[in-house]
Write a protein of this length. Sequence first.
Length: 240
Amino acid sequence: MARKLQQKLQRVSVYIRIRLTDGSQPYCPAIWESKKRLRPHWCLVRGKTEHHPEGVYHVRYRVNGKPVWEKVCVGDDPYEAADLAALRQSQLADPQDAFTKRIVDEQKPEPAEAGPAKHRLDDEVKTYLQNVEKLSRKTHSAYRRTLDLFRQSCGKAYTHQVTKQDLQAFDSFLLKQGQEDRTRHNCITHVVTFLRNKEGRRAGPPITDCLPSGLFYFVRPCTANSPLLNPDSICHTYSG
């Protein structure tokens, strides 16, 4: 455990933060006169040694792969900067040191959050249509037309972002274009098939957030005075 911790802790370095004429404030490596003594206020700036009495000393080290910058209490004191660097070097080499335990705990890597795999909708449509080419020309043409229309209607970048509301909006989009009820029904069925991906015709996983799984897609019969999909139609026709 101690060896593993020491491998994660890098050596302590001393820098001077200066201000250049262009307004930038870089951290520049401090210059040492000996192993334990800094050359007061001298640092390496773009490959050249320069004197910067206005600079502020900082020590830098890594913990768990993260860089840590620590300002020296008396920022213009090279002796205190050298002492702090030596102290931190000693502390970080000892896993049982109180400072080491605290700083390692503060710099713990954040756990990776599990999230949905991201597959761009445009890429998924392209892959899906390539795999549908093996079917009849009529089927391929129908899916290509439907998914082109769906991309015009849906502004989502990734497939997993598609929701029930996007299907509602797609139906309204088709309605405004003057599409007949049966055409709208077929188009939404095609999109549902694309999202469910039961045949594995696209790279991403099945999308179930907007479509409860396990039931056959059904659209309520329309009447002359009602649209093909009312606001609760998609949700209710999948429930049960």
